[in-house]
Design a protein around this ligand. Structure first.
Ligand SMILES: [Mn+2]
Length: 195
């Protein structure tokens, strides 16, 4: 059965709809009003082979903070919901993602315990109208609601656009590996019997 989720969330600050298919081909339809975020979500979905549709509106006249963070929350919830009981999955995924001069390590554990290990210094404070400090807000919100352990660590630095791009591509590949069904995994991949 395709592992899918469709979620909507509305507050005074943002209105967000997400549909996610973990067993897709990397197709996306994105409308958020934050072009750099759309660029990163398209990379995550393409390299994770997830189908992703996002419709998001928010108080961008204030700044992009509420929308970016809330989208991380809803995408995390959708990921957790689409995974269902986690039976038969690989559970761990990792990638060492090169992007020209940049190299980023991404590692994921579908642990059920939210945890973000982030060592991703970003030299530029802004890319276009995108505040790069929001990358950490997005990843923290996503990892918390997806209930995963996520590490993203810079191995070789350089251009800020390249660093963030390598992080989102690497996250996509690591997630794709972690959610991949493994026919030899019997039940929940944990000696505790629960995740
Ligand atoms: Mn790019």
């Amino acid at each position: 059965m395709a592992r899918k989720a469709e979620l909507a969330r509305e507050t005074k600050e943002t209105k967000i709809q997400v549909s996610l298919n973990l067993d897709g081909t990397g197709r996306v339809a994105l409308a958020t009003g934050v072009p750099f975020l759309e660029h990163m979500l398209a990379l995550l979905a393409r390299h994770g082979l997830f189908d992703l549709t996002v419709r998001a509106e928010g108080d961008l006249e204030v700044d992009s903070h509420h929308l970016v963070e809330d989208l991380g929350l809803v995408l995390g919830d959708a990921f957790n919901q689409a995974l269902g009981d986690k039976k038969g999955i690989t559970r761990y995924g990792m990638s060492l993602l090169p992007m020209d001069e940049v190299l980023v390590m991404a590692a994921v554990d579908i642990s059920g315990r939210p945890c973000l290990g982030l060592d991703l210094p970003l030299p530029a404070e802004r890319l276009g109208n995108f505040e790069t400090e929001l990358v950490a807000e997005f990843l923290r919100a996503f990892a918390t609601r997806a209930r995963i352990t996520l590490h993203l660590r810079l191995q070789a630095g350089g251009n800020t656009h390249h660093i963030i791009e390598a992080a989102f591509k690497g996250l996509g590949r690591a997630l794709a590996e972690a959610v991949r069904p493994d026919p030899r995994v019997d039940g929940i991949p944990s000696t505790k019997g629960t995740l």
